[in-house]
Ligand binder design. Structure first.
Ligand code: ZN
Length: 295
């Protein structure tokens, strides 16, 4: 009897591979990583290509306890990238993580197959050299989201030099003439551009539309469009005027813009007119009318 009883006792490590896979598919990244620590057979399942081909490594969904500690978060991220075996295709940083050169390059070395990078934040501490080195390691990059105007031009130039399949850009910092010129010069084959909820210089918008011949989709929803270069001659344009602004353009990309002045338009205007003290970017950069750019 006793022997018969023992023969029915099963060890966790002997669980069926396919069953474990189905269970692990439902876990968030933190629980998923914790599961890999249980035993070598569970870790083997966690390293399966199937997981990583479908999964974005999204730091915004990690627990607040983890994201409050940068060193702990970086260690966790490195381990998750080890589990992925370099197969991760999409990486989404959290807004408040102070990314430095060493972190960016280290992560780039562990994710050579990256196709989409979302790098939000206003206080990134990465240098031109750090950006160039990381982008050289990410030659297959196809899409990027940036929220910091100070580094946007460096990223654009590095991507233009290294990433042949790049086609999709989202910018949620000021879309200036300088950024538009960098796009025209370094990414002339850009097909998709989202500037949603961003302060957009009118001349920069015209430059991008007229001089990016491959541009197919342009999202200017909830934008704050301004003309003039000095405080005394600044002009604000409504989104309904966008087609008029672009009226002279012969080949127009698919334009996504607000048909009415919506609540989000109001929020962006309040921020740009400095009526509101808080910065709404963190709340709105994840959203987008273009499905592939949503978080
Ligand atoms: Zn709107």
């Amino acid at each position: 009897m006793e022997n018969n009883k023992e023969s029915h006792v099963r060890d966790w490590k002997d669980m069926d591979y396919e069953v474990l896979m189905r269970i692990f598919m439902t876990l968030n990244m933190v629980d998923f990583v914790a599961a890999s620590w249980v035993c070598s057979s569970w870790r083997k399942v966690c390293r399966d290509r199937v997981f990583w081909n479908r999964r974005a490594l999204d730091l915004t969904k990690w627990s607040p306890q983890l994201t409050q500690s940068s060193p702990r978060m970086i260690r966790f991220l490195k381990y998750a990238l080890y589990l992925s075996g370099g197969k991760i295709g999409s990486l989404i940083f959290s807004f408040r993580l102070p990314v430095r050169d060493g972190i960016l390059i280290n992560i780039a070395r562990r994710s050579p197959n990256l196709r989409r990078l979302v790098l939000p934040g206003r206080h990134l501490q990465i240098t031109e050299e750090g950006i160039i080195e990381a982008i050289q390691l990410w030659g297959g990059l196809e899409s990027i989201t940036l929220t910091d105007s100070d580094i946007a031009c460096t990223f654009i130039e590095a991507i233009g030099n290294c990433c042949r399949n790049f086609f999709e850009l989202k910018i949620t910092c000021n879309f200036s003439l300088k950024i538009a010129q960098a796009l025209v010069r370094h990414l002339p084959k850009l097909r998709r551009l989202s500037l949603q909820a961003t302060r957009v210089n009118k001349d920069a918008l015209v430059r991008a539309v007229t001089q990016l011949p491959a541009l197919e989709d342009l999202n200017v929803s909830h934008c704050f469009i301004v003309g003039g270069n000095r405080p005394e001659n600044i002009q604000v344009f409504s989104l309904q005027q966008v087609p008029d602004i672009l009226a002279e353009v012969v080949r127009m990309p698919r334009l996504i813009n607000c048909q009415v002045f919506c609540a989000k338009c109001e929020l962006v205007m309040a921020w740009n007119m400095a009526i509101e003290r808080w910065n709404p970017e963190e709340q709105i950069w994840r959203e987008d009318e273009i499905p592939t750019l949503r978080i």
